[in-house]
Every structure is written in structure tokens, then in C-alpha cells.
Design a protein around this ligand. Structure first.
Ligand code: CP
Ligand code: NVA
Length: 287
């Protein structure tokens, strides 16, 4: 599990000043965005700066990708300039194609299929809050989406069980579920959100309308009964923690008194994107 680089190494330093050991001095991270971002963009940018390197940001719309240059050619060219690429893409297959053509490390900054960097920060946040991941019970409520898949991928690796409560038509990716089960992961699927959270140490929500979803009104109607309210939190273990990757929509997937209440860890979770991203970058570039 990634850990925060020693806070003493940063004590008293402004956020944009490199860590005293600056382990990635001189390295450059390029970030390609085909979708919006606040946390991923800023945390990766600050992460590489704190490690002593620098970043540049491209949106697909103002690069030649939007004029039809292939993903593979873009990857080959970028590999001649920079030391690593982080990509947030509309199509997961494009991140895979980019990484296969690139000769530098390529980091998945979210696709329609997964959001692994988010889950690293989430698990770090839970450990920091005192939870032992092995044997912990995590409940996901709402849409079975890209972030759900990353929790499913992590479950067998870290030994927590995952209960997923979704309505019909919003199930998580069943190939991911089957693979996690084949790796001895415990993944249980529910239709009733109260059953999903029963006995949970952690309840997780995410938006009902992800980037790229075209059927927003239908989703909000279909998923309304899966909102995390204080009454749903009471159906979990006493003192259960609440996570949400943000951005949040208060009153849709979560009530304000939950996300802004004492059980919520969402801003530690957001902060930990920075620390987790530093660990990812150091791992990719120092190996
Ligand atoms: N949680 C997350 O990835 O946020 P952004 O979309 O703002 O990057
Ligand atoms: N499931 C959301 C996560 C945003 C960080 C989306 O893909 O839009």
C-alpha cells in the first residue's frame, strides 16, 4: 500500500516547492484529457512538482488527436519528449493502445471502465482512518460504474469484501466481478441498498451520471432510491465511514448531512489523491 512521503520532508514548505530529496528532478509528466477534471489534473500536477519534476497538459480537443492523428502515433511522438504520460480518455481501449505504442510509462487517469488512481487514494484514506483493509467490509451503493470496477479490482488484492447495491440495469461489469471472484475476492451483489450496507465498515457513493452518460434524467430516476442518506448510513455498522470520489451532487447520490457529516472522509480522500499520485509517479519513474 502506498504511504505518504514523510511529512517531515515537506514540513514548512509551500505546496509548490519540491520535497527536499526531489526524487524526480528533471522529469516531465504529460497529461492528456479527453474529459473534464479537477482533482486528477491538479493532484498530478502538484505531485510531479513536489517530486521535483514538471508537467504539461494537453486536451485532446486542441491536439492533433481531435483532427484524426492516431493514438499510436501520438504515443510514439510523446514518448520522444516526455518521461511519462497520464491519460483520461473516453475509451479505455485508447489508453491500452496508447500504452502499447508508448515507450514511457502510461497512467490511467480514468476511463469509462476504471479509475485506479482514485482507489489508491481511497484505500490510503481508509488505512489512515485506522481501518485494516484485510477483512474490512466495503459497500458500494448506486451505479455500477468505472469507480466500482476499480474497487472490484482492488478487493482480492487487499482482502476486503465488497457488497454492491444497484438497481437492475446498473450492475457492475460482470467480467470484473467474475475475475475478482476467481482471485478469491468476495464480491456480493444486491438490489436492496439496505442489504448492501448491512454490516459495512465503509459506504461508498459516486455520481449517478458519469462523464459520457447520455441518459441523465433516466439515471436520476432509476437510481433515486440508492441515495446515501443518514437512514441508509444507520443500516451500516455504527461509525461506518463514507467515501465519495467527488464531484458530488448533494441530494442526488448522497444527502448533505452525510457527505458533510462526521462519518465522511471525502476531503481527506481528495487530499490523498496528491499523496497517492506521488507514489504512482515515483513507482513508475524510479523503478
Ligand atoms: N475524483 C476525480 O477523479 O475527480 P476529477 O474528475 O475532478 O479529476
Ligand atoms: N464515475 C465518475 C467519476 C468521476 C471522477 C465519472 O466517470 O464521471
Amino acid at each position: 500500500m502506498c504511504v505518504k512521503r514523510s511529512t517531515s520532508a515537506r514540513k514548512g514548505l509551500p505546496n509548490g516547492t519540491p520535497d527536499r530529496d526531489a526524487p524526480l528532478a528533471g522529469r516531465t509528466l504529460a497529461m492528456i484529457f479527453e474529459k473534464n477534471s479537477t482533482r486528477t489534473r491538479v493532484s498530478f500536477d502538484m505531485a510531479i512538482r513536489q517530486l521535483g519534476g514538471s508537467s504539461l497538459i494537453m486536451t485532446a480537443s486542441d491536439s492533433q488527436i481531435s483532427r484524426g492523428e492516431s493514438i499510436e502515433d501520438t504515443a510514439r511522438v510523446m514518448s520522444r519528449y516526455v518521461d511519462a504520460v497520464m491519460m483520461r480518455a473516453n475509451r479505455h481501449a485508447d489508453v491500452v493502445a496508447f500504452s502499447e505504442a508508448a515507450s514511457v510509462p502510461v497512467i490511467n487517469g480514468l476511463t469509462e471502465k476504471s479509475h485506479p488512481c482514485q482507489i489508491m487514494a481511497d484505500l490510503q484514506t481508509l488505512e489512515e482512518a485506522g481501518l485494516t483493509l484485510k477483512g474490512a467490509r466495503i459497500a458500494w451503493v448506486g451505479d455500477g460504474n468505472n469507480v466500482t470496477s476499480s474497487f472490484i479490482h482492488a478487493a482480492p488484492k487487499f482482502g476486503f469484501s465488497l457488497s454492491i447495491g444497484t438497481p437492475a440495469g446498473y450492475d457492475p461489469n460482470m467480467e470484473d466481478v467474475e475475475r475478482a471472484r476467481s482471485e478469491q475476492g468476495r464480491i456480493d451483489l444486491f438490489r436492496d441498498p439496505k442489504e448492501a450496507v448491512a454490516g459495512a465498515d465503509v459506504v461508498v457513493a459516486d455520481t449517478f451520471v458519469s462523464m459520457g452518460d447520455k441518459d441523465g434524467d433516466k439515471r436520476l430516476a432509476d437510481l433515486a432510491a440508492y441515495k446515501v442518506s443518514s437512514s441508509l448510513m444507520r443500516a451500516a455498522n455504527g461509525g461506518a465511514k463514507f467515501l465519495h470520489c467527488l464531484p458530488a451532487h448533494r441530494g442526488e447520490e448522497v444527502d448533505a448531512d452525510v457527505i458533510d457529516g462526521p462519518q465522511s472522509l471525502v476531503f481527506d480522500e481528495a487530499e490523498n489523491r496528491l499523496h497517492a499520485q506521488k507514489a504512482v509517479l515515483e513507482w513508475c519513474l524510479k523503478a
